[in-house]
Design a protein around this ligand. Structure first.
Ligand code: SF4
Length: 505
């Protein structure tokens, strides 16, 4: 075999869409191209050994913020033991500021931007000559109609065990400066009929869990409606074998026609990731994020009240111009809207993003190592930023996990940010850890904190008991599902666990 496409995914369940696009577009080289994915945390020598077992002449690596350090080690070792193997890199992490990166120095070639056309061309040159003169090749961006769709390269095992990533469009017309998609300046749609045909084939092969990577699903409402109708038809045809779809949406654009479609999805079949990032208009202006806060708020409220969609709403801490008080106000506002999860992220300086222009004026200090998280700004010092990092982690464990659904209101009271920050500081002081805290220990700690804050013992016990009962019913559902007792299921098999917990609460 001649060409090997590889990457280290963040989890086994993440199947790389990018590698499958490359494979689909290899043309006359497709028969000599294979795909071998790994998961971060694998031993470098094992990865290298498995790659070399294919006896490749070229290895193409997809490099991302989450795997760049491990990929660097893999490439370094590959070059030591098999220097004749040609290494070609691609992916967002190496598409900008490449000269500074060790992994690029170690590799033979780099394709920046889109690789669908340029990677196969480069491989042909490497294999058949003339030898490429340049090390860095800017990826050609063809019309999407020239790109072969990749979905047939999802294997039966992918379909059975992994999330299937799909995209109806690429790019984003918005310009939020912390985001790589801001460089696209526009969005390009794939041919919708061809795309829906691919979804149909995947569904016929057993796929039930679809995650759309479109940066803004609700840009073109006509297309959004057709895609939603595809899923609604599937749900109507086979309500006992439901599909599950995840979309990223902008919050201030939900016309009535879209609302009508959304309202038809039954529980456990639809999930939205909604970027708010900041409710502070000055911060939004500074990072060039266009957002109508009033409309966004109304739409989230509508989604909570009138739809069964599971809502993940994103906030980012550490943006220029945002201090703790303004972040807390945004957080509290979001808590009152009651989305199922608040994804509390810490700002990262993604290579190539224009956010860097604020570095001096707002004294933004970023970690020099991936994922380049913000460490301090002129308004949030390092110690406070660390407290926010821990808050985000504990929030995920306690709130987003759905494991403390009945106890959470007791914790948050009427000042959600301040109270949860107090719990977060207390948990860290008593455990010195943010990871590997067993659920029972966490529950005992939460109960102790609530007691110390003067809450009634009986109320604490009752709320934790309700949460425990929720876990127990979840696990008996799982047992039933394993035993094939479909009637005992409270949620479809494709439903992610957290959403199932929120539904059961
Ligand atoms: S944050 Fe979302 S809306 Fe803004 S540029 Fe990125 S993808 Fe587009």
């Amino acid at each position: 075999m001649t060409i090997l496409l590889s990457t280290l995914n963040a989890r086994y369940t993440h199947a790389s869409l990018g590698l499958r696009y490359l494979l689909a577009n290899m043309g006359d080289l497709q028969d000599e191209t294979r795909l071998h994915e790994f998961v971060i945390g694998a031993k470098t020598a094992d990865v290298v050994e498995k790659l070399l077992a294919h006896q490749p002449r070229i290895v193409g690596f997809g490099v991302y913020i989450w795997n760049v350090e491990e990929t660097t080690r893999v490439v370094a070792m590959l070059k030591r033991v098999a220097p004749e193997v040609v290494i070609v890199l691609g992916g967002p992490e190496v598409s900008y500021e490449p000269q500074e990166q060790r992994v690029v120095q170690l590799a033979d070639y780099l394709v920046t931007g889109w690789g669908d056309v340029t990677f196969p061309q480069l491989c042909r040159q490497i294999l058949r000559g003339p030898k490429p003169l340049m090390k860095i090749h800017a990826g050609v961006q063809p019309p999407l109609s020239d790109i072969a769709l990749p979905y047939r390269f999802y294997t039966d095992e992918d379909i059975a065990h992994r999330t299937l990533y799909v995209e109806a469009s690429r790019g984003c017309p918005f310009k939020c400066e912390f985001c790589l998609s801001s460089l696209d300046k526009t969005a390009w749609p794939f041919d919708l009929d061809a795309f829906l045909g691919e979804l149909e084939s995947l569904h016929a092969r057993g796929a039930r869990l679809f995650k759309f990577v479109d940066r803004t699903f609700n840009l073109n409402i006509k297309s959004s409606l057709r895609i939603m109708q595809f899923f609604l038809d599937k749900l109507e045809d086979a309500p006992d074998d439901p599909v599950f779809a995840h979309f990223e949406v902008v919050p201030d654009h939900l016309p009535d026609a879209l609302k009508e479609a959304i309202a038809q999805f039954p529980p456990g079949t639809l999930q939205f990731e909604i970027g708010i990032q900041s409710f502070n208009p000055e911060v939004q202006a500074l990072v060039s994020r266009r957002q109508n806060n009033e409309k966004a708020t109304d739409n989230i409220r509508w989604l909570c009240a009138h739809s069964n969609a599971h809502l993940h709403v994103d906030l980012i801490a550490g943006l220029p111009g945002e201090d703790i008080e303004s972040f807390a106000r945004g957080f509290d506002k979001l808590v009152t809207l009651q989305p199922h999860e608040i994804q509390f992220g810490i700002l990262k300086r993604l290579r190539g993003t224009p956010i860097i222009r604020h570095t001096d004026a707002y004294r933004m200090a970023f970690d020099p190592y991936p994922p380049y998280s913000i460490l301090a700004t002129d308004r949030i010092d390092f110690a406070t930023m660390q407290r926010l990092v821990r808050f985000a982690r504990y929030w995920d464990l306690v709130a987003n996990s759905g494991r403390f659904a009945h106890t959470l209101p007791l914790i948050l009271g009427d000042a959600p940010f301040a109270n949860f920050m107090a719990l977060s500081d207390w948990l860290y002081a008593h455990t010195d850890a943010t990871h590997r805290i067993a659920l029972e220990k966490l529950a005992a700690l939460v109960a102790r904190w609530l007691r110390e804050r003067g809450n009634d013992e009986a109320v604490i016990a009752a709320s934790l008991a309700s949460d425990y009962a929720g876990q127990a019913s979840m696990s008996s559902s799982k047992t039933a599902a394993r035993a094939g007792d479909k009637a005992a299921l409270t949620s479809p098999a494709a439903l992610p666990q957290r959403q199932a917990r929120h539904l059961a609460a």
